[in-house]
Every structure is written in structure tokens, then in C-alpha cells.
Design a binder for this molecule. Structure first.
Ligand SMILES: O=CC(=O)O
Length: 328
């Protein structure tokens, strides 16, 4: 099949800040005729007929009503990543368009970032690095001691695929593992990693040395960690967020960190992203913030593309869809 006979796939761009990474372009081109947003806008009439799929990476392109209206042959939106809080699932399904995501491809790299943030915060790696490379500060660690991850208690909020991978890793550190799921207790996973289920999130918050958020953002989980929840945590505890920024009430977090209600926070996600340069979270020294890099590895990007392609082709070929996301 020539490139032009392949189904049209709308992408934002190739390369650049939000474009598709160059290394997955050959993979996408094997199955799709790639159409960038610029090409689409320049020749809407012809392109809109060709486009059957949209590949969403880094939340882009934005799939709004205007775009949906202008793509009459659109069948599927293949999200590269697991979180779909940037997509209006109800509106999209009203157009008869399916949405898919990539829960398998993201799991290891996101769990790794959770562990990396926990270790970096516990052992104050960022401060340590700054001290080591600065010309004349105290070099030795006596007055900025960290805390140990080994044998500490980790509370995982959201034991899904990623949460479970975190638990597997935490076992190697002899951590005591607690978890809380809002909907479903996971007995099999619980036994496999020796985790203890906390029916009430409050119990997990009170007992954990490290609390890790691995939850999807939905109206129910929006700001699930606020002043009250932070107040339940130990003053020596650390909050880690690898889910979505808006799971936490950031104003409450600033206050808690300023007043040492908790020891520290380590966030891979914030709202907005990036934070404005004068945001109070950026002025604290008991925080580590990374720029949403949970899936930013060569391997994860490749695997996400493969998983998204398999999903989109399944929709286009009328086959069972490996990872479809449904509106609630
Ligand atoms: O944030 C990353 C993802 O949703 O996969």
C-alpha cells in the first residue's frame, strides 16, 4: 500500500516541544499516512476526509468540539499515555469516536519515577548535588541528614498497574506496604507483594512514612489530598505524586510544607504544568519537582507508540480493542 492509501493519522507536529518524537515516526508511518496539524489546516477540505485517527501525545493536539466537527471520518483517538483527563470522553463518544490509551507501556517507567522521587527526596539528592557542585559550602552531610527508605512504611494510594509495580520495587527495600483503592480491593496483588489493605485512606495517611499518589484524575479524585489529609500525615512523612497535579490542593500543600506539617513533597505532576515561575511551591526547599517525566524514556515512548498503534488499528479493522477508555 502506498503511503497515501494508508489511513490518515492526525498528529500535532513532528519534533519540537509537543510534536511526535522523531524516533517513532517510522513506526507510525508503517501503518498511517501522517498529517500534521499545519497540513490539515492548510488543506482542510481534502485532509479532513482522509483523517480516521488522531494520535494524542503530551495532551496534544487538543481534541475539542471544533476538531471533532471538522473530521467526519474520524474513528479513533489513540492517546499515547494512560491518563485521559485532558479528553472530554462523553463529548467524543457522542461523535461515535473511540478513545484508547496505553496502560501497559507506561507502567515500568512511571513506577521507576515514583521510586526515584521517593529516594531523591528521602536522601535529599537535589540539595546534595547543589552542595557538591557549589564552590564553597559545607561539604559534609551532618546538618542535612536524610531519612531511610529501607524498612519504612510506604502507603500507595491507587494500586492499579503502576501502583503494583511500585509495590514490587518497594519490596526490594524491605518496605512495609500499605495501599488504599477507592473502589476495588486487589487481593491477589496484595498477597503477591505482601501489601496491607487500608479500607480508609485516613488510616494509610496516618501510618505511612511515604505516601505515593498513583491515581487517575477524575471529578471524584480532584483535590483528594487537601489540608485535612495533609494534617493526618506524620510530620516526618513525604508526599509523592506521580498521578496528576490536581489530585492535590496545592495551596494546602504550600502551607503544609511551609509549616512543616509534613517533611517534604516530591511531585512529577503539578497544575498547571509548568508552574508559573513565581509560584510559592518553587520557593520551598523541602520539595522536589520534576517536569512530568514519568514516561519520558526512549523505551516508554516506543512502547506507547506501539500500544497506541495496535489500539488504533484494532478500531479501524473492526477487531477487539486492547485498551479502550469509556466515558463514566
Ligand atoms: O502522564 C502520563 C500518562 O498519563 O501516561
Amino acid at each position: 500500500m502506498s503511503e497515501h492509501e494508508l489511513p490518515g493519522l492526525l498528529i500535532l507536529d513532528i519534533g519540537g516541544t509537543y510534536g511526535v518524537q522523531e524516533n517513532i515516526v517510522p513506526l507510525l508511518k508503517k501503518h498511517f499516512c501522517l498529517i500534521t496539524m499545519k497540513e490539515f489546516l492548510e488543506n482542510k477540505k481534502e485532509m479532513s476526509k482522509k483523517i480516521q485517527s488522531v494520535f494524542v501525545s503530551e495532551c496534544r493536539p487538543t481534541v475539542d468540539q471544533e476538531l471533532l466537527e471538522s473530521l467526519p471520518n474520524l474513528k479513533v483517538i489513540g492517546n499515547s499515555g494512560v491518563g485521559v483527563d485532558h479528553l472530554n470522553l462523553k463529548m467524543i463518544s457522542n461523535y461515535g469516536v473511540k478513545v484508547t490509551n496505553t496502560p501497559h507501556a507506561v507502567a515500568d517507567s512511571t513506577a521507576d519515577i515514583g521510586m526515584a522521587l521517593m529516594l531523591a527526596s528521602a536522601r535529599r539528592l537535589v540539595e546534595g548535588s547543589q552542595i557538591a557542585i557549589s564552590p564553597h559550602t559545607k561539604y559534609f552531610a551532618v546538618d542535612w541528614l536524610g531519612v531511610e527508605v529501607s524498612r519504612a512504611t510506604l502507603g500507595i494510594i491507587g494500586m492499579g498497574r503502576i501502583g503494583y509495580k511500585v509495590a514490587q520495587r518497594a519490596r526490594a527495600f524491605d518496605m512495609k506496604i500499605l495501599y488504599h483503592n477507592r473502589k476495588q480491593r486487589r487481593k491477589e496483588e496484595e498477597q503477591a507483594v505482601g501489601a496491607h489493605y487500608c479500607e480508609k485512606m485516613e488510616d494509610l495517611l496516618q501510618q505511612s512514612d511515604f505516601v505515593m499518589l498513583v491515581v487517575n484524575l477524575t471529578p471524584e479524585t480532584h483535590k483528594m489530598i487537601g489540608k485535612k489529609e495533609l494534617g493526618l500525615m506524620k510530620p516526618t512523612a513525604t508526599l509523592i505524586n506521580i498521578g496528576r497535579g490536581a489530585l492535590i490542593d496545592q495551596e494546602a500543600l504550600v502551607e503544609a510544607l511551609q509549616n512543616n506539617v509534613i517533611r517534604a513533597a516530591a511531585l512529577d505532576v503539578t497544575y498547571p504544568e509548568p508552574l508559573p515561575r513565581d509560584h510559592p511551591l518553587l520557593k520551598l526547599n523541602n520539595i522536589i519537582i520534576t517536569p512530568h517525566i514519568g514516561t519520558a524514556t526512549v523505551q516508554a515512548v516506543q512502547m506507547m507508540a506501539e500500544e497506541a498503534i495496535a489500539n488504533m488499528l484494532a478500531v479501524l479493522n473492526g477487531q477487539p480493542i486492547p485498551s479502550e477508555v469509556f466515558p463514566k
